[in-house]
Design a protein around this ligand. Sequence first.
Ligand SMILES: C[S@@+](CC[C@H](N)C(=O)[O-])C[C@H]1O[C@@H](n2cnc3c(N)ncnc32)[C@H](O)[C@@H]1O
Length: 227
Amino acid sequence: MFQHKLLAGIRTLKTESLANLRDQTRITAIISEIGLAYDSRGPYGDSNRYMNNLGPGLWQVPEQLAQALCLLSELKLRSALEIGTFCGWTASVLTAYLSRFEPQFTMLTVDPLNLFDSYEEIRHLLPLSYRPGCTSNDLTGQSFDLCFIDGDHSYGSCSEDYRIIGQNSRVCMFHDINDWRVGPENVPRFWRELKAREESQESSFHEFNYHSESELVMGIGIRTRRM
Ligand SMILES: C[S@@+](CC[C@H](N)C(=O)[O-])C[C@H]1O[C@@H](n2cnc3c(N)ncnc32)[C@H](O)[C@@H]1O
């Protein structure tokens, strides 16, 4: 029902100038136009009006994702993995966006469930592979320029995803580093400990936690490393 909005957003991302794609205001608007995943609790603050009514969408605070994308656009990423596909909207947007900056860019997204209903159409448009029924355990030994960890948000599972793939990736991005529903003892704790352990001349940490009402909702953390 809302797939046409995702497809329109992909078209925009494929045709917009690179200067506009690096403009946080413009990319926030593109994300908002695509629409956000419906959540009756209305977690997105001012951006609640961009929810796709009772439908799928981006599970993102637009400003957070826009700021993260602008940073990623500078990092010459050629390969990426998303752990936790859900409906595939974020994977689609990441692929459409990052492939504009590196023509050879490819992305893989994995999830134990199979909820990416629009994949049949998307796979003809984007260099995006999808493996339902799969977790980081099935990818041992593989490495990616970017690893986006957004699967099971428990401390243990997040640690495993990082140990198996994230730590070998030049760039590792986490969703929900600042989310009260996820709970401070889960991804937020892992992110805090990772910063304490790895922040150095080689590794930098970036946080995008904007929320119009200053609530602890989602939050994106990116660890970059010179390799
Ligand atoms: C919050 S959703 C992901 C949202 C998606 N990244 C997005 O931005 O739209 C979490 C997803 O992780 C999946 N998941 C749960 N445990 C997982 C695991 N161990 N490995 C990979 N994915 C997992 C769930 O099935 C669910 O679809």
